[in-house]
Design a protein around this ligand. Sequence first.
Ligand code: NAD
Ligand code: LMR
Length: 340
Amino acid sequence: SSVLRSVKTLAKPAGARGYSSESVPDRKVAVLGAAGGIGQPLALLMKLNPLVSRLALYDIANTPGVAADVGHINTRSEVAGYMGNDQLGQALEDSDVVIIPAGVPRKPGMTRDDLFNINAGIVKDLCSAIAKYCPNAIVNMISNPVNSTVPIAAEVFKKAGTYNEKKLFGVTTLDVVRAKTFYAGKANVNVAEVNVPVVGGHAGITILPLFSQATPKANLADEDIKALTKRTQDGGTEVVEAKAGKGSATLSMAYAGAIFADACLKGLNGVPDVVECSFVQSTVTELPFFASKVRLGKNGVEEVLGLGPLSDFEQEGLEKLNPTFHIRKLFQILQFFRKC
Ligand code: NAD
Ligand code: LMR
């Protein structure tokens, strides 16, 4: 992956890297929720990314320690820690990309929607600050439930007059990471070469991996595809249960978040053909937000790509996810904004 390539590149002397600070544009990345389970390893991975020149680590607690620790790593970016609402503006100012893993994670028995009440408020406040201090930044939303936090962010930005649908992304990369891992295991192919688009949303049956489009091709039985689909849809719950009350995916999420942020930075820097799946404003289906392949460019979303040919099983999955996704999300968001 590009993140791992970055790590390898960093091990070489500056001259041999092919990068110099002159040829790579300055880019500031802010992580909100940087002292958390995802935030800390994500801060580490962003510190290893040579495309980042300034790394701002914000949380309501514990950021000085995380920033001091990560800041000692001898890579390009300058690291600064910011703690508490008073320092949020400074953390955000001049940011090109803001990554948001702030908020509470699930415990066994909970759905992602059970996090709505707490996380919607956190996301709303953070997005109000983004609208004020870095209205042109690309936003990578990790906080759950992504199916709702992304539309909430859009509403906050619309209210502030700063909404740019090309710059708001729900991070669904972990679904892709899981689909790739599970497919490679079953198909017995080299995981490094695997590609699987995952479309829809980021909860249960709204997560729709398109294994019929997976490469390298493998002739898997229908039963295998069904099982792989179910495992991808329940991947988050698998981790929540294994962690038995100690939170949800953090390390794999940090990896996925770093891949997606790296893709956004590459797009901003004009690297051609950067394509990742993400939950964005969309006309691919009748749903206002939908995850599909997205081409990233200098302004964020350059093109939202279509679904491509679907198998009958995937078509059925698509039909099933629409009502669940749509009605629940709209209802919750309406209620939330009525209360504000
Ligand atoms: P965590 O509790 O370990 O960390 C969350 C951090 O957010 C904490 O450090 C906390 O202090 C901070 N925080 C709380 N309120 C804040 C605020 N107002 N401003 C800034 N920071 C604030 O949780 P985690 O395991 O890192 O998970 C974070 C979120 O990411 C959860 O909502 C979880 O469900 C979600 N998540 C999403 C995906 C995905 O695929 N999109 C994957 C895994 C987890
Ligand atoms: C995941 O997919 O791992 C995250 O959305 C966290 C969760 O609650 O499952």
